[in-house]
Design a protein around this ligand. Structure first.
Ligand SMILES: Cc1cc2nc3c(=O)[nH]c(=O)nc-3n(C[C@H](O)[C@H](O)[C@H](O)COP(=O)(O)OP(=O)(O)OC[C@H]3O[C@@H](n4cnc5c(N)ncnc54)[C@H](O)[C@@H]3O)c2cc1C
Ligand code: FES
Length: 287
């Protein structure tokens, strides 16, 4: 648990905000996909810390700034949006496991909806750091054109395609439909690795595409979290018992098996929030 000084906290569009915090010199640096739980209030209401992904890490001279992209949805984020430059925030992190990158990664597709872009932006930056020639494609969307944000930033890191449910901006449809549309028209490389964050039904549809076309993928899951530390079991996520990745990086200390060992649950805060797209039991998870 540490105090992080607020360097910037700005509204970027509608309910979307960007927060920049100075990372204390003794603190560990986060990896893309990892998250922090932040105390969002001075009183006991709200009682629980709120989880936020690392969006970007920016080095400014000796200092390292952690950027968090957030959407105001309730009491905690509303409080956060009122924090002023110079104030201190109490945060725990980095928590969880981040995304993994193959050293020779060449083609990457990021699929985001709304605030789902938050943990994915750092993926593009990490991939480009490993391979400057890597090709990054971003599929970014929302309900309507007014809700599409971060357009310029997306174009800065790769080739961006936009989608909206009502067709008011870009492709009419959702992220997985746009992905299929681009694949059918050969607008994407034949082989690529996809990284996604957004609503569970979007991730489930992407998992179907990944399975059908044998494309690797990773997802960052978001669930209500009580403790963020593996103690309260509020973030359990069902995995496919026959497909659990448990090599060094994908170590999963918090798996809970049913007595007949047919069902297995993972704690997103400890084992995730990043999973191989095929290991989540989407039929049990999507509500
Ligand atoms: C690992 C992780 C990383 C996250 N990263 C980000 C991020 O980078 N940026 C960001 O804006 N948000 C992120 N979230 C979601 C964020 O934690 C919630 O939006 C926040 O806790 C809401 O707090 P609140 O007090 O403002 O809203 P509340 O009053 O707690 O809730 C307001 C509404 O939002 C819904 N809600 C709250 N939390 C979640 C959730 N986790 N999943 C689905 N619905 C929820 C509630 O059901 C309610 O309808 C992340 C969540 C997780 C688990
Ligand atoms: S949030 Fe408490 S166990 Fe994951």
């Amino acid at each position: 648990m540490m105090e992080y000084q607020v360097i910037e906290n700005i509204n970027i569009s509608l309910s979307y905000h960007k927060l920049s915090l100075e990372i204390p010199p003794t603190a560990k640096l986060p990896l893309p996909g990892q998250f922090y739980t932040v105390r969002c209030g001075e009183t006991k209401d709200p009682l629980l810390r709120r989880p936020f992904s690392m969006h970007r890490l920016i080095k400014r001279g000796e200092a390292v700034h952690l950027e968090i992209l957030y959407r105001v949805v309730g009491k905690g984020t509303e409080w956060l949006s009122r924090c002023k430059v110079g104030e201190k925030l109490n945060a725990i992190g980095p928590l969880g496991n981040g995304f993994i990158f193959q050293e020779d990664v060449a083609n990457v597709i990021l699929v985001a909806r709304g605030i789902g872009i938050a943990p994915l932006y750092g993926v593009a930056e990490a991939v480009l750091m490993r391979n400057q020639g890597a090709r990054i494609f971003i599929l970014m969307g929302a309900r309507t054109k007014e809700r599409v944000f971060y357009e310029e930033e997306c174009r800065k890191i790769g080739r961006a395609f936009f989608y909206t449910d009502d067709g008011s901006k870009g492709f009419q449809g959702n992220g997985p439909q746009l992905l299929m549309h681009l694949m059918e028209r050969k607008k994407l490389p034949q082989r690529f690795c996809m990284y996604a964050c957004g609503p569970s039904h979007m991730l489930r549809d992407l998992a179907d595409i990944s399975e059908k076309f044998d494309l690797p993928g990773q997802v960052a899951l978001e669930e209500h979290m009580g403790c963020g530390l593996g103690a309260c079991l509020s973030c359990a996520c069902p995995l496919r018992a026959s497909y659990i990745r448990r090599d060094k990086h994908w170590e999963k200390p918090s798996l809970q098996w049913s007595e007949d060992r047919r069902q297995v649950y993972s704690l997103i805060c400890k084992d995730g929030p990043v999973y191989d797209i095929q290991e989540v039991n989407w039929n049990e998870w999507v509500v």
